[in-house]
Design a protein around this ligand. Structure first.
Ligand code: GLU
Length: 280
């Protein structure tokens, strides 16, 4: 039996959904329908400091209003922390991770005093063993970071298939550029897991064959492909889509107070009209 086309929409319940989310959800849903495949919803709620149950309830409401149907049960990342932990421990045992005790502010300061560098591509190094032991004994919180050098020594050159396009029009067989993520955090000091690890594991566990999402996550794919190789997971096909922009030419974003789907609905906009406006 061949694997059915399976895709997903994976919002974080950190605010109300806006047009940008609707475009993403509809694009993934329509692709699944066109392929007579499966459409999944996944709630990415590992960030306990920012996620709220009312936003999660609103996601279901908004997607139903858009006319979407998704399989049950819905995977909620917060219910699978032990699985992520197991994967992190396995990577740590293979000496692919190191503990990072620095706060974001300390990293920012270190970067500011270095000739090159950016928070996103930070390359750190493990502490000397005695220093680390002292901090652990003192109960200091730490993040687990992937050691890019050690990871690269384990895997050969990697590629992924892009059926949509990246922000610079990248498509086809893309060569992974592992340095794009730097020594990425796989387990945050506060919640014990981080975005890339959870997404990579979940896409594999849920049998996702096609990751359909905005081109703002194109760079994340380089990191996630590397994690797939390290964890022995299959590589899905990727379809990054353009980002919807408002009349001012800027992409819709929660922080810009973009009009929410609930507001559009209250104003009498129909989901059909919204689809038409988006060219879907
Ligand atoms: N949860 C992520 C977000 O809301 C999306 C993750 C993904 O599609 O890979 O931006």
């Amino acid at each position: 039996m061949t694997t059915p086309f399976t895709t997903r929409f994976a919002p974080s319940p950190t605010g109300r959904l806006h047009r940008g989310h609707a475009f993403s959800a509809l694009t993934a849903h329509d692709a699944a329908r066109a392929a007579k495949g499966r459409f999944l919803l996944r709630i990415e709620d590992i960030d306990v400091t920012r996620c709220r149950p009312e936003y999660e309830a609103a996601i279901h409401e908004d997607l139903a209003w858009l006319g979407l149907e998704w399989e049950q049960p819905v995977r909620r990342q917060s219910e699978h922390l032990a699985e992520y932990q197991t994967a992190i421990e396995a990577l740590a045992e293979r000496d692919l991770l190191y503990r990072c005790f620095r706060t974001r502010r300390e990293i920012a300061e270190a970067i500011a005093s270095a000739p090159h560098g950016a928070m996103e591509t930070w390359r750190g190094s493990p502490l000397p063993a005695d220093d680390e032991a002292r901090r652990l004994a003192a109960g200091e919180a730490f993040a687990w970071r992937l050691s890019l050098d050690k990871a690269l020594a384990k895997v050969g050159p990697l590629t992924f298939v892009e059926e949509g396009s990246g922000p610079s029009g990248e498509s086809g067989v893309i060569t992974v550029q592992p340095h794009l993520g730097g020594d990425v955090v796989l387990a945050r000091r506060d919640v014990g897991v981080a975005y890339h690890l959870a997404v990579t594991l979940d896409d594999a566990l849920q049998g996702v064959t096609h990751v359909i999402r905005g081109e703002d996550l194109f760079e994340a794919t380089h990191v996630q492909r590397l994690l797939q190789a390290l964890l022995g997971l299959p590589a899905p096909v990727y379809r990054h889509h353009r980002l919807l922009t408002g009349p001012d030419g800027r992409r819709y974003a929660k922080r810009d107070q973009a009009q929410t789907l609930a507001e559009l609905r209250a104003a009498g906009v129909t989901s059909q009209a919204l689809r038409a406006e988006m060219g879907l």
